[in-house]
Design a binder for this molecule. Structure first.
Ligand SMILES: [Zn+2]
Length: 329
């Protein structure tokens, strides 16, 4: 009876797959596009799928960013990944797609509504010196932030990732994406990734193919690895106990990046997993959902997000999310 209820919950999630649909004739052929949602939440990732039967070449734009389409094999089926930032203001945003076929060009405009997500609040108590930094530490933190921001701006790497993104480590999510941090009673920034609780020393696996573009020890993030998956998609891993890769190393899906730890500003062993797509901060769970066709996986991810929403709503009433193995970056 109990498992029947669970399946009913999962099945009900599967019925609400957001999907915009467009069909366009132009140039010498026809093209159609799907996967453009009419509504998105802050931090969401979406996958556009376009078929150009006439062999046209698609391009597009969204929020000032070029939509970079890639073709898997046959030169007529294209896909692109896009996302909206954690703090993207709510509103209506145009998304345009153009297909060039020989001497003809045809285009279509879509409207996407971005709505505010309710991310919740997490109150954490820390030793005061970890909250109010001395000038030297503050300078270090600013330099490290600049260094990471410079990475997201790098353009031109070809797409390295293929298929779905895997979870880098299995475990309970201790702090979801976007949660507002209150440190020692002071309001701070939003959490730019997810914290997965795991045992100290547990292997952290690369969720998809890429190249290592940063190995460093950061003030907040501790031992940190950044992977460039190509086409402005990056993932990063913090608080590691041990790093198993080196700078510029090419890595494959499932390769070991390092081991779970509590380095940097952390109160217990966990993995902080963050993702940047076209420079914007997106939810790693949403990236996993957008890159898989496996309905069972989608069901599990949506259930996790649903549980997160429920948990966050409780915190709206002032309940603390707890302190076991947290995420302090
Ligand atoms: Zn974290």
């Amino acid at each position: 009876m109990r498992s029947g209820k669970i399946w009913l919950v999962i099945a009900s999630f599967l019925l609400v797959i957001p999907s915009g649909w467009g069909l366009c004739s132009g140039g010498q052929g026809t093209w159609r596009v799907e996967g453009i949602p009419s509504t998105l939440k802050q931090g969401d990732v979406f996958r556009i799928r376009l078929t150009a039967d006439g062999g046209g070449v698609p391009s597009g734009g969204f929020q000032g960013e070029e939509i970079v389409f890639y073709s898997e094999e046959n030169g007529k089926d294209y896909e692109a990944l896009m996302g909206v930032d954690l703090e993207c203001p709510a509103g209506i945003y145009p998304l345009n797609i153009t297909v060039e076929e020989g001497s003809g060009v045809s285009g279509r405009m879509f409207q996407i509504e971005v709505v505010r997500a309710f991310f919740g609040v997490q109150r954490i108590t820390l030793p005061p010196e970890m909250v109010h930094l001395d000038p030297q530490s503050l300078k270090r933190v600013k330099e490290e932030k600049r260094k990471m921001e410079a990475l997201w701006a790098v353009r031109g790497e070809n797409r390295r990732w293929h298929g779905k993104f895997l979870a880098p480590v299995e475990g309970r999510i201790n702090a979801f994406f976007g949660v507002r941090r209150i440190l020692n009673g002071e309001r701070r920034g939003r959490h730019n990734g997810i914290d997965i609780k795991a045992r100290q020393g547990e292997k952290v696996l690369c969720p998809n193919d890429g190249r290592v573009v940063m190995v460093d020890e950061l003030f907040f993030g501790g031992k940190t690895v950044v992977v460039d998956h190509g086409q402005q998609l990056f993932s990063f891993y913090m608080h590691l106990d041990r790093v198993a890769v080196r700078m510029d190393q090419e890595i494959r899906k499932g390769d070991v990046i390092g081991a779970v730890g509590a380095s940097g500003r952390a109160t217990g062993p966990h993995l902080h997993w963050g993702v940047r797509l076209n420079g914007v901060r997106v939810d790693p769970l949403s990236l996993m959902e957008a890159t898989t066709n496996d309905m069972e996986t989608i069901g599990i991810i949506r259930k996790r997000k649903y549980m997160a929403e429920k948990r966050k709503k409780r915190t709206k009433k002032g309940e603390n999310l707890g302190q076991g193995g947290k995420t302090l970056d």
